[in-house]
Write a protein that binds this ligand. Sequence first.
Ligand code: FMN
Length: 206
Amino acid sequence: MKHLIVAAHPAIDSFTMALTRAYAEELEALGHTQRTRDLYRMGFDPVLAAHELLPVSAAHPASADVVAAQDEIWWADALTVIYPLWWLSMPAMMKGYIDRVFARGFAYESANGTVHGLLSGKQAVSITVSGAPLPMLVKSGDWTAVQALQDTHILRSAGFELLEHLHFDEVAPQLSAEVVDQHLARVRSCASRHFGESATGGRLAS
Ligand SMILES: Cc1cc2nc3c(=O)[nH]c(=O)nc-3n(C[C@H](O)[C@H](O)[C@H](O)COP(=O)(O)O)c2cc1C
């Protein structure tokens, strides 16, 4: 299978980017093809411009970086997004990627108040990180909001089959090496659970 991994964290040595590398390495070890798009290091511009709200035409061509990012999503059988929760949401960098790349006519169409996803047939995995414990987020209702806004409103609305939202909670700056290793093993097992040879629906051919 072909995988597109889109990650957003400003620090290359962050826990989030370590998860990204481990997940990508595991996919390759399983025989898959992957492209990782590290939005900060590639200097992705997250600011949606006024002309990008207009229907694409000869007079208003789509921005080249958006076209390239959309081509990568078309190329991929599965999209994995990886980011920390900031104010319970995605970093502005990732949100800007969604705003610009998941454009009307590419990711969805809407009419009469109904949204129709255009990316059906593709799979998705969401991987997030928080400082707060997950039970606390669940108890407060915040986790329901995260799932509604990020899993359902974005990925499922665009037509993706969301295989898993894998969350790492209580991630603080000074995690022990042992805990980090356990987390990296967890993200690798997520890749093999869904895309290993024994996975239901796991497909190696691309
Ligand atoms: C701007 C900002 C906002 C944050 N907001 C939240 C939050 O709303 N809830 C939470 O549990 N953690 C929050 N955190 C903590 C991060 O989720 C946590 O530090 C991060 O996931 C750790 O992973 P990292 O080492 O890859 O940065 C926030 C961190 C930052 C920098």
